[in-house]
Write a protein that binds this ligand. Structure first.
Ligand SMILES: Cc1cc2nc3c(=O)[nH]c(=O)nc-3n(C[C@H](O)[C@H](O)[C@H](O)COP(=O)(O)O)c2cc1C
Length: 393
């Protein structure tokens, strides 16, 4: 399963694993792939702690950091979101219309979610992320990049929702760090290449999280052809060796995976949500704007359904939607701890259509080894078809 990217990063297999959980990132890098830590939900201070932990737990293995600097978000043209700090958060919050706040409260009441107690201090194990979630602005992303580049074994910087600004790419290159960016269309892939991105992640609509509407089978070869010779990682709908082999057959130099790591033993996803994932099918992974305002594939829950109702005032543009919902997510997480709580119906997370293949907990290393075994078996089968054709001719 070796490609040029293995030599570029000093890894055994071109399996790139996105996760918000440092234990998964470390486990994948230790097993020979490249773990990439999603920085979005962390404050810069917390990201520093997470990277230091990974440094300590991965020997000399490389890893990556993923930031989210969207090409467009509300207020960007007026400079809002440039700093990524509390001042920006206050300004953004003023833009949240009261009818949306009221709608969220209606849904929470319906599912018996109590208010937070006075003086509640955020528990990082509960949903709700980096409360204001200014990781979803250029300023928030820049703060993350600064932290990431201080860590020597960060060898890959990845950006979602568009190419990172050119100065960030140059800065990464000065540190000897490669830059990748996710895309769901050929046009965006070409723009990323022009901006100086080293590796394009072609992510099909099957993927968990923010996603476009073109399937991997069509998107991947189109992007490979358009940006050649820039290397491309196939993403979206890849959770097995056969799917990895298909991506390589379509021209990818490696695979970029997300959903499959949610169910692994090292993942910090709560047992309740893991159980929901293990019982879900591909049609339970729906595209919804209810998380961030942009279409993202999420586990279908009472929360995603509520935002589809006729009486719902509609979702808000990024980054307001999450800011409007962050406290609600924390409240849902807390309420759902109670056995039999109605709030459990609201509990979910981003996940892709491969959720149907996730049925039980395995270790991250087991997942990597299964990827390799099945990939080898699949390619040998294809080789058998060539051999058979040769003998019959
Ligand atoms: C829970 C979850 C959160 C995600 N968050 C991000 C993110 O913050 N940044 C990012 O670049 N991609 C994010 N993604 C997308 C992944 O990087 C990856 O492209 C996607 O999961 C690949 O498709 P798959 O889910 O079919 O494996 C997320 C995916 C999931 C499942």
């Amino acid at each position: 399963m070796r490609t040029d990217l293995c030599d570029l990063f000093g890894i055994d297999v071109p399996i790139f694993a996105f996760s918000h959980c440092r234990d998964v990132v470390a486990a994948v890098s230790n097993a020979g792939g490249l773990g990439v830590l999603g920085a979005l939900a962390f404050s810069p201070e917390q990201l520093e702690i997470e990277c230091a932990w990974i440094d300590e737990n991965t020997g000399d293995k490389p890893y990556g950091v993923d930031t989210v600097m969207p090409m467009g978000h509300i207020g960007k043209e007026t400079g809002l979101g440039k700093k990524g700090g509390k001042e920006d958060a206050i300004e953004f919050k003023k833009l949240i219309p009261p009818e949306v706040t009221a709608w969220i409260e209606t849904v929470l009441e319906e599912y018996e979610v109590p208010r937070l107690e006075e003086g509640y201090e955020r528990d990082p194990s509960v949903g709700g992320g980096n409360a204001g979630l200014l990781g979803w602005t250029e300023g928030g992303g820049r703060n993350h990049v600064e932290v990431a580049l201080h860590h020597e074994r960060v060898k890959l910087l990845v950006n979602a929702l568009g190419p990172p600004p050119r100065d960030i790419i140059e800065l990464a290159h000065q540190h000897g760090v490669k830059v990748a960016a996710l895309t769901g269309t050929v046009d965006h892939a070409l723009r990323q290449k022009e901006q100086g991105v080293d590796i394009i992640v072609a992510q099909g609509t099957e993927a968990g999280g923010h996603t476009g509407d073109i399937g991997s089978m069509v998107l991947l070869p189109d992007i490979v052809d358009a940006v050649s010779p820039t290397p491309v990682l196939g993403a979206g709908g890849i959770a097995s060796g056969r799917q990895a082999a298909a991506a390589m057959a379509l021209g990818a130099q490696g695979i970029w995976t997300g959903s499959v790591w949610l169910g692994v033993r090292e993942s910090d996803v709560s047992p309740l949500v893991k159980d929901k994932l293990f019982h879900a099918g591909p049609r339970d992974a729906v595209r919804s704007r209810s998380l961030s305002g942009k279409p993202a594939r999420l586990l279908r829950t009472a929360w995603t359904e509520a935002w589809e109702r006729e009486e719902c005032p509609g979702t808000l543009p990024m980054p307001l939607q999450y800011m409007a919902c962050a406290e609600a997510q924390t409240r849902i997480g807390l309420a759902a701890r109670k056995e039999g709580a109605k709030a459990r119906e609201l509990l979910g997370m981003p996940v892709g259509q491969v959720v149907g293949r996730m049925t039980e907990e395995r270790s991250s290393a087991e997942v990597i080894y299964e990827f390799i075994d099945e990939f080898v078996e699949c390619v040998a089968k294809l080789q058998g078809m060539l051999d058979a054709a040769e003998t019959s001719s």
